[in-house]
Design a protein around this ligand. Structure first.
Ligand code: GDP
Ligand code: MG
Length: 440
């Protein structure tokens, strides 16, 4: 997924302004990439049309660098579908908080029950695990093992005491927690290999009987196009307040995450990333968006572009200086490069670790560059090659042509001559610099 998208963005990045055709092409690629990542078709369609609408809208046309703006739009829309802000568990005002887990068999409920218990214990809670999966012979035993590893208490049916009725066990578990002062109850329920009515009814009955503060729908991140159907079935049959994405450690980009979050509108709260009880983390929508889009790759692209720019330009400047040929044309070219970099400001602001560079970019004023540009453009080629020929009448003509005053023209010429001198000094020291940064 990432390499194809990266390619798309690379193509975009080399363009100045975007046409409708450019946007369509890009959106088509994004669509294909998301489908590759197993995001459900209906979600992809919806997403693509949103991005297209925004990309063709005003915000991009006015942007200095539309390509980066599109990247930003895609990222924003992804984060928004994934729930925007990180969502935390909701606790009951009066303990115990009841958390019920639901999902298909093998989705990772029992494992997650142990992970959650361990996590909560670290925060000073006293969770109780309730074994309400009485379907598979070994399920209670599996939860017992998990509870032991997590160091958590467990409530399991004793022989002759409600065996076979998960609803009764769940209710009794909550009552037990109240008596023994466990502040959180985690109910592990049964799952089926596929969605079926009996399972839904049972889970729904458990929900009604225990009135949970959270019902967490656990879904295997590797679930492909089926994720949407499964999520919908559980939403209709049981209802849930949040999602746990399991097996994110696998070879998946998280298409299921995007589909489930988009279709159900329920936030993903946790991500499970392995079989060990510590392999769990709070879900961060922005990180998931990066994973789906691989913003890391895009960051690398920008860095490479900047490096190429720096090295190439520095070399050219050094050569010119060696021949003492640095002219206003070169100055103008550098201005334009700086302006291009300026448009990266927004993009850089989004990326981690780029704060310092952003500060540098904030330090120069784009309008100032525009004025400088206007003045240089009003000069003849000969004048740009050699500022010494700029007498009073030439300066007056340039001022008129650029809509500036003669004082503005004088100031620019002075600044340029100073910058050229400064650069010569720097060049002799071996590290030529981009002029204009300081002189502006
Ligand atoms: P349940 O049927 O929903 O209770 O699912 P289980 O908790 O029994 O998990 C089913 C299988 O998936 C087990 O072999 C777990 O070890 C494994 N599993 C659960 N969560 C994860 C995870 O986050 N990553 C990986 N790699 N395996 C997991
Ligand atoms: Mg289980």
């Amino acid at each position: 997924l990432s390499s194809r998208l990266t390619e798309t963005f690379r193509n975009l990045r080399t363009k100045g302004k975007l046409s409708a055709a450019d946007v369509d092409g890009t959106v088509r690629e994004i669509r294909r990439a998301l489908l590759d990542a197993d995001v459900a078709l209906e979600v992809v369609k919806d997403f693509a049309s949103k991005v297209r609408e925004r990309a063709l809208g005003d915000e991009v046309n006015k942007a200095l660098n539309p390509a980066q703006q599109v990247v930003q739009i895609v990222n924003e829309e992804l984060v928004s579908i994934l729930g925007g802000e990180q969502r935390r568990l909701q606790f009951a005002k009066t303990p115990p908080t009841v958390i019920m887990l639901a999902g298909l068999q093998g989705s990772g409920k029992t494992t997650f029950a142990g992970k959650l218990a361990k996590m909560l214990e670290k925060d000073g809670h006293t969770p109780l695990l309730v074994a309400a999966d009485l379907q598979r012979p070994n399920a209670v035993n599996q939860l017992q093992v998990v509870a032991e590893r997590a160091g958590a208490a467990i409530f399991a049916p004793e022989p002759g005491n409600g065996v076979g009725d998960p609803v009764k066990v769940s209710k009794a578990g909550v009552e037990y927690a109240r008596q023994k002062l466990h502040d959180i109850v985690i109910i592990d329920t049964a799952g089926r290999l596929g969605v079926d009515a009996e399972l839904m009814t049972q889970a729904s009955d458990i929900r009604r009987a225990t009135d949970p503060d959270e019902v967490l729908f656990v879904i295997d991140a590797m679930t492909g196009q089926d994720a949407v159907n499964t999520a919908r079935a559980f939403q209709e049959g049981v209802g849930f307040t949040g999602v746990v994405l399991s097996k994110l450690d696998g070879d998946t980009r998280g298409g299921a995450a995007l589909s489930v979050a988009s279709v159900t509108g329920r936030p993903i709260i946790f991500a499970s990333t392995g079989e060990g009880l510590d392999d769990v983390e709070a879900f961060h929508p922005d990180r998931m968006a990066s994973r789906i889009l691989d913003l890391g790759d895009i960051l690398t692209l920008i860095e490479q572009a900047q490096q190429a720019f720096d090295e190439e330009e520095a070399k050219k400047v050094a050569e010119k200086l060696a021949k003492e040929q640095f002219t206003l044309d070169d100055f103008l070219e550098q201005m334009q490069q700086l302006k291009k970099m300026g448009s990266m400001k927004k993009m850089l602001g989004m990326l981690p670790g780029m704060g310092q560079m952003k500060q540098q970019l904030d330090d120069f004023d784009e309008r100032e560059i525009d004025r400088t540009e206007a003045i240089i453009r009003s000069m003849t080629p000969a004048e740009r090659q050699n500022t010494k020929i700029l007498n009073g009448s030439r300066r007056a003509r340039i001022a008129r042509g650029s809509g500036m005053t003669v004082t503005d023209v004088n100031q620019l010429v002075n600044r340029f001559e100073q910058a050229a001198k400064m650069m010569k000094t720097v060049a002799r020291g071996g590290t030529p610099n981009i002029p204009g940064m300081g002189a502006m």
